[in-house]
Design a protein around this ligand. Structure first.
Ligand code: FES
Ligand code: FES
Length: 164
C-alpha cells in the first residue's frame, strides 16, 4: 500500500506516495528525477549512491524512502550554489583530476564533504579510511585523495567558490 512521505530535498519540500519497499535512492532518481545519485551495485558496497541525510553521508540504497520522512536530504545536485558555482569539494575534484568516467564521483564528493565537515583538518590516512565505502573503478584513488585533501582545506579556509 502506498505511503505518503514528506521531506526536504536540496532545500525544497517534497511529498510523494511511495511503496513501503521504495528505497531512498529510487525516490530521488525515479520519483524526483535527481539522477546524479548513482546506483553502482546491489550489495551496498560501492558508495555511488551516497547523499546527505540531516547533514550526514548515507548510502541511499540502504535506506527506505519512508525512513527519510521529515529529514533534510542533500544530493549532488544540491551542492553547487544556485548560480552554478561549484562547491569547493567539487572544484577540487575537477582541479586535481579526481575523476575519469565520473560514475563514482557524486558519491565520492558527498562522502568527502561529510569527512571534511566531521574532521576539519584531514590527513591522507583519514581520507583513505573515510572513503573505504566508496569504490572507484577508474582512478586508482591517488587523485581522489589529493582532491579530498585540497577540497577540505578550501572548505576550512572558507575560500570563495571557484567560478565555473
Ligand atoms: S548503490 Fe548504494 S552502495 Fe552501491
Ligand atoms: S571515475 Fe570511474 S568509477 Fe570512479
Amino acid at each position: 500500500m502506498p505511503t505518503k512521505v514528506t521531506l526536504s530535498v536540496n532545500g525544497k519540500p517534497v511529498t510523494r506516495e511511495v511503496e513501503g519497499r521504495t528505497l531512498l535512492v529510487q525516490l530521488l532518481r525515479e520519483h524526483l528525477g535527481l539522477t546524479g545519485t548513482h546506483v553502482g551495485c546491489d550489495t551496498s558496497q560501492c558508495g555511488a549512491c551516497v547523499v546527505h541525510v540531516d547533514g550526514r553521508s548515507v548510502k541511499s540504497c540502504t535506506m527506505l524512502a519512508v525512513q527519510a520522512e521529515g529529514t533534510e536530504v542533500t544530493t549532488i545536485e544540491g551542492l553547487a550554489a544556485a548560480d552554478g558555482t561549484l562547491h569547493p569539494m567539487q572544484a577540487a575534484f575537477r582541479e586535481h583530476h579526481g575523476l575519469q568516467c565520473g560514475y563514482c564521483t557524486p558519491g565520492m564528493v558527498m562522502s568527502a564533504v561529510d569527512l571534511a565537515q566531521t574532521h576539519g583538518q584531514l590527513d591522507e590516512k583519514t581520507v583513505r579510511e573515510g572513503l573505504e565505502g566508496n569504490i572507484c573503478r577508474c582512478t586508482g584513488y591517488h587523485n581522489i585523495v589529493k582532491a579530498v585533501l585540497a577540497g577540505a582545506e578550501a572548505m576550512r579556509a572558507d575560500v570563495p567558490r571557484a567560478a565555473e
